[in-house]
Write a protein that binds this ligand. Structure first.
Ligand code: NZQ
Ligand code: ZN
Length: 385
C-alpha cells in the first residue's frame, strides 16, 4: 500500500427530512447565498424545503448555473456577494451547482489577478467562503470532496483544494425521484467510473481499498438498472444505495493509498469541452477503450475485476478480460449511455481536435504511471470510434 493522508471533514446528513437540518448547520448570523441551477429544485419541492429551513436566516439567491458550469456565469455571482456581504454559500443541486459554488467561493476571496488562474495556472489560494450542499443528483461526489470543474470557451479544467470542500452535505434520496432517466443513467455511470479509476491500475495489496471498490461497483451494477426499471424506479432503498455509493466513490476513501488513473476523465473532459457531450457519456465511451488499449498494463487488476466483480473464473486470461470488458459495456448499455464515439456522431476526423486540446491542457502523461502519451490517447480514441 502507498503512504497516504486521509481526512474527510464533510458532515453527511442522510435520509428523508434531513433538508431541515440546514437551519442548524448554517450559523444564524451568516449571510447566505443560495446557489442553484436551471430551476429543477422549484419543480420537485427542494427549493421550498430549503427556504422553509432558512426562515430565521438572512439569505439571497443566485441561480442559472448550467450543467458543466462556465466561468462567465459563475463570475456573475461576485456582484451579489460583494453587494450583500455574503459569507456563506449553500449549493442546492447536482455536481455542476456544487462545483460552481466551489469556484465562486474561491473567487470571492481570491487575492491574485484573475480567478481563472486557479484553473488555467493551477494557482493556489489561501481562503474561500464556507460551503454547505443539498445534493439533488448522485454522481460526482462533489458534495464531500474538494474538486471542481469549470469551463471557459470550451476549455474544461479541474482544480482541487480542501478549502472548498463542503462543511456539510444533505443527502435525501427522495429528491432524486424527479431525475430524468438520462440523469439517473449518467449519475450511476459517473460513480462507477470514479470507482474504476481508483481501482483498475496495478496491485499494491491495498485489500481494504480494493474490496470497498468492488463493493461499490457491485452495488452500482445491482441497483443502477433498478432505478430505470418501471417497477423499481420509485424504490427509495434503491435510490439510497445509489446515492451513498456515489458519495463514497469520490470522497477520498477508496483512493487513499492506491495508484489512480484519471485518463478516462481527462480525455472525457475534452469531449465535453469540444462537443458538449454529457460528462458521464464521455466516460462510458472512453473507459472501455482504455481497458482495451491498456490491458497489458492493467492485466492483473482486470483479472481481479473479472473474478470479483463479475464472477468470471472460467477460461484463459484473455478470454476472462474480454468478457469483463464486454460486461462493462453491457452494463453501460443497460444504463442507456453510449459506448462508442459513433453513438454520439463523432468520427475519425474529430480526433485531431481532441488530441490537440489534450496537448494544450498539458494532458500528455496520463494514467497511473504517467505513461499515457498523446499517441496513446489517440489510440484510445481510435479504439472508441
Ligand atoms: O440545473 P437544474 O435545473 O438543477 O437541472 C439539473 C441539470 O439540468 C438536473 N437535475 C439535478 N438534480 C435534479 C435534476 N433534475 C431533476 N431532479 C433533480 N433532483 O440535472 C442536470 C444535470 O445536472 P449536473 O449538476 O450538471 O449533473 P452532475 O451532477 O452529473 O454534474 C456534472 C458536473 O460535475 C463535474 C462534471 O465535469 C460536470 O461538470 N464533475 C465534478 C466532479 C467533482 N467535483 O468531484 C467529479 C466528476 O468527475 C465530474 O467531473
Ligand atoms: Zn466524473
Amino acid at each position: 500500500m502507498l503512504n497516504f493522508n486521509f481526512q474527510n471533514p464533510t458532515k453527511i446528513n442522510f435520509g428523508p427530512e434531513e433538508i431541515k437540518t440546514i437551519s442548524k448547520e448554517i450559523p444564524l448570523d451568516a449571510r447566505v447565498l443560495i446557489v442553484y441551477g436551471g430551476g429543477s429544485i422549484k419543480g420537485n419541492g427542494v427549493y421550498q424545503q430549503v427556504i422553509d429551513a432558512l426562515k430565521e436566516h438572512t439569505y439571497f439567491e443566485f441561480s442559472g448555473i448550467e450543467p458543466n458550469p462556465t466561468y462567465d456565469t459563475l463570475m456573475k455571482a461576485q456582484t451579489i456577494i460583494k453587494a450583500e456581504k455574503i459569507d456563506y454559500l449553500l449549493a442546492v443541486g447536482g455536481g455542476s451547482v456544487v462545483d460552481g459554488a466551489k469556484f465562486i467561493a474561491a473567487a470571492a476571496l481570491f487575492e491574485g489577478d484573475d480567478p481563472w488562474d486557479i484553473l488555467a495556472k493551477q494557482q493556489t489560494f489561501t481562503k474561500a467562503l464556507p460551503i454547505g450542499a443539498v445534493l439533488t443528483l448522485p454522481a460526482t461526489g462533489s458534495e464531500s470532496n474538494g474538486n471542481s470543474v469549470v469551463t471557459r470557451n470550451g476549455n474544461k479544467l479541474p482544480f482541487s483544494s480542501p478549502l472548498v470542500r463542503p462543511l456539510f452535505a444533505v443527502l435525501d434520496p427522495g429528491v432524486t425521484l424527479s431525475l430524468s432517466d438520462r440523469q439517473i443513467g449518467n449519475g450511476v455511470v459517473d460513480a462507477f467510473v470514479h470507482t474504476i479509476e481508483q481501482y483498475l491500475t496495478y496491485n499494491v495489496n491495498g485489500k481494504v481499498q480494493d474490496r470497498f471498490s468492488e463493493g461499490l461497483l457491485q452495488t452500482l451494477i445491482e441497483e443502477g438498472p433498478k432505478a430505470l426499471a418501471p417497477e423499481t424506479k420509485d424504490d427509495l432503498d434503491v435510490r439510497a444505495n445509489i446515492m451513498w455509493s456515489a458519495t463514497m466513490a469520490l470522497n477520498g476513501l477508496i483512493g487513499a493509498g492506491v495508484p489512480q488513473d484519471w485518463s478516462t476523465h481527462m480525455i472525457g473532459h475534452e469531449l465535453t469541452g469540444a462537443f458538449g457531450i454529457d460528462h458521464a457519456r464521455t466516460l462510458s465511451i472512453v473507459l472501455p477503450a482504455v481497458m482495451k488499449v491498456r490491458r497489458e498494463q492493467k492485466r492483473e487488476k482486470l483479472l481481479q475485476y473479472a473474478s470479483r466483480v463479475w464472477q468470471i473464473n472460467e477460461g484463459d486470461d484473455n478470454t476472462r478480460i474480454d468478457q469483463a470488458i464486454r460486461l462493462t459495456e453491457q452494463f453501460f448499455e443497460k444504463m442507456q449511455v453510449p459506448t462508442r464515439l459513433s453513438d454520439v456522431n463523432l468520427g475519425s476526423s474529430d480526433l485531431d481536435l481532441l488530441v490537440e486540446r489534450l496537448a494544450q491542457h498539458g494532458m500528455t502523461a496520463l494514467g497511473e504511471k504517467g505513461d499515457i502519451t498523446l499517441d496513446i490517447s489517440r489510440e484510445i480514441l481510435t479504439q472508441a470510434l
